[in-house]
Design a protein around this ligand. Structure first.
Ligand SMILES: O=C(O)CCC(=O)C(=O)O
Length: 229
């Protein structure tokens, strides 16, 4: 079943995900019957400054028709289960993944539209475009991602990582790497946009914690500049 092992990436690819996602999506009442569309970013993105030169923009419900888009992505994305070496063990990565580089065709035209809109708004602020698209599928509350900053690739002082959340809301947590203060908690799903900017990837960490609550699946779509991961 294990197809290949790339020692540099520390990741084992074992299979494509070709099962139905079993947890049903609980649709948003506001999204029923909506055609795909995007809100105006300049009017809807609300910026909050954080400590140490970081900031976040929030645009709740930025994507209309988000539940239909969720269903299409569950079906059409070639989801991969990965395994990762942790000390002496190889463990399952607790979510399914798929990554698109800047030249690769995206699995749905809606993602291209979202990327264009994000670029129009954020590229002038950071001097480069959000050209890569990463997708994660959290099947239920056992899927998660641990505390981290997206700073394992190209080293940048400041950058922007934009996350569109589809499907059932999960808590995206943010905490300072150094210094005190409570972690911040943002329930994101059903087309919400959360953008991390400034020094956020260096001076703060983010996570999607596991939850014992019964939650259905969520897809996170991340738009990043080239080499940022
Ligand atoms: O699920 C999310 O929105 C966060 C994803 C994330 O932090 C990552 O893939 O690096």
């Amino acid at each position: 079943m294990i197809a290949r092992f790339n020692p540099e990436s520390n990741i084992r690819l074992n299979s494509r995900y070709d099962e139905a996602v079993t947890g049903a999506i609980q649709g948003s009442l506001f999204d029923v019957g909506q055609e795909f569309g995007l809100g105006p970013l300049a009017a809807s993105a609300r910026r909050t400054s954080l400590a140490d030169g970081a900031w976040i923009d929030l645009a709740p419900g930025w994507v209309r028709g988000a539940d239909d888009l969720f269903e299409r992505l569950v079906r059409n994305v070639p989801w991969r289960a990965e395994r990762r070496r942790m000390y002496d063990n190889v463990v399952d990565v607790p979510r399914l993944l798929c990554q698109y580089g800047e030249e690769e065709p995206l699995p749905d035209p809606a993602l291209g539209e979202a990327r264009r809109a994000l670029d129009e708004y954020y590229a002038p602020q950071i001097g480069e475009s959000l050209c890569t698209v990463g997708l994660c599928l959290y099947r239920d509350g056992r899927d998660s991602v641990a505390w981290h900053g997206d700073n394992s690739g190209r080293q940048v002082r400041e950058t922007v990582v934009a996350i569109v959340s589809l499907g059932n809301p999960r808590h995206l947590m943010l905490r300072r790497k150094q210094g005190s203060g409570q972690a911040l908690r943002f329930p994101v799903g059903h087309g919400d946009l959360l953008v991390m900017g400034g020094t956020c990837q260096r001076t703060w960490e983010h996570a999607i914690p596991k939850t014992s609550r019964v939650v259905g699946p969520r897809i996170s779509v991340q738009f990043r500049p080239s080499g940022v991961r």
